[in-house]
Design a protein around this ligand. Structure first.
Ligand SMILES: *[C@@H]1O[C@H](CO)[C@@H](O)[C@H](O)[C@H]1NC(C)=O
Ligand SMILES: *[C@@H]1O[C@H](CO)[C@@H](O)[C@H](O)[C@H]1NC(C)=O
Length: 310
């Protein structure tokens, strides 16, 4: 038994190091081959002819994948666990429009994983909202299993994040500024998620369709000690905050930028949850000029790798 565990451990270590750095690869492993670190993972399995997505829990002697089906909580008997979770990020769904690069968990049918925008850590499935007697809106909800004092129940969430995979990898350095990227469906998306590997001082420029600079966000300025927002055309930063070591030279750190009427917020994201609330922001700026944003580009003063989720 001991030997077996040892072997499984080795096997896993090898696989983990094979998780790609540029987030292209998604790896599913059988639950038996999976040794979890202390984190919540996405699992998937079949039940009554359906592919279901849920939350993987590992206790001392138990491993389980909890999913919901037809309003019941199901513990799957055999399942797989998503290992290279770096391959994705939880992107907020705004105005009920799923981002174009939302990841499908089944090759044949379209199945998306989702999570609460708040602190609830469990993972669920995006479902069409059921129609009420007098109205039937085309609307998606996130169906998750939640636990409240040892009782599990199923909850449908209107505000949620979905698991997306990267669609833009950018390298920047001193001599080569990045291309100008346009946001898809800019009026609906209003959010940009990315992660970045940099020693210090990266900037994201938000522009209008005509290329006019509207806002500039500086992360890890002054030797990786501050984060700031500046309006286009101004020398002074409008808001500055201390963020010691917010960037790391050797690993990808995740961030989001979110804007809506009257303001813009920048926050740190772990790769599992991307909070929308500006109370979770590192820095915010109240300004009415955010509506024209349709393009972004990025700059750095040292070699930097970026992954964007749109
Ligand atoms: C990006 O846009 C700016 C003007 O907004 C332009 O000066 C620059 O050349 C563009 N970069 C590329 C790579 O097209
Ligand atoms: C600067 O950001 C902080 C943190 O989000 C916020 O509390 C503060 O109101 C912002 N200041 C301005 C001038 O927007």
């Amino acid at each position: 038994m001991r030997l077996l565990q040892f072997c499984v451990g080795l096997f896993t270590v090898t696989l983990v190091s094979a998780c790609g750095e540029n987030f292209g690869d998604i790896i599913w492993v059988n639950e038996d081959d999976f040794v979890p670190p202390d984190q919540i993972y996405i699992c998937r399995g079949h039940h009554e002819g359906e592919t279901l997505i849920g939350t993987y829990f590992a206790g001392e002697n138990t491993k389980s994948c909890l999913v919901s089906q037809n309003n019941r909580v199901i513990e799957l008997e055999s399942f797989e666990v998503l290992k290279c979770a770096e391959s994705g990020i939880w992107t907020p769904v705004l105005g009920n429009i799923l981002p174009s690069n939302v990841f499908s968990f089944d090759g044949e049918k379209i199945i998306h994983a989702c999570r609460d925008v708040n602190s609830n850590p469990t993972i669920g499935t995006v479902k069409k909202a059921t129609c009420s007697e007098d109205s039937c809106l085309e609307k998606s909800v996130c169906e998750i299993v939640v636990f409240e004092s040892k009782i599990s129940k199923i909850v449908s969430l209107d505000r949620f994040t979905v698991f997306t995979v990267t669609n833009t990898m950018i390298e920047t350095d001193l001599n080569k500024n990045s291309e100008n990227y346009s946001l898809k469906e800019p009026l609906q998306i209003r959010t940009l998620s990315f992660n970045v590997k940099a020693k210090e001082q990266i900037t994201i420029l938000f522009k209008s369709d005509a290329g006019k600079l509207l806002f500039e966000i500086l992360i890890g300025g002054l030797q990786n000690s501050i984060t700031a927002i500046r309006k286009g055309g101004y020398d002074m930063f409008s808001n500055t905050t201390h963020t010691m070591s917010v960037l790391e030279e050797e690993s990808f750190m995740s961030f989001w930028v979110y804007w809506e009427q009257g303001g813009l917020a920048v926050g740190r994201a772990d790769k599992y949850l991307e909070p929308l609330e500006s109370t979770n922001a590192m820095i915010t700026l109240r300004d009415s000029g955010v509506f024209g944003i349709t393009k972004y580009s990025v700059k750095s003063s040292l070699p930097t790798s970026w992954n964007f989720w749109l």
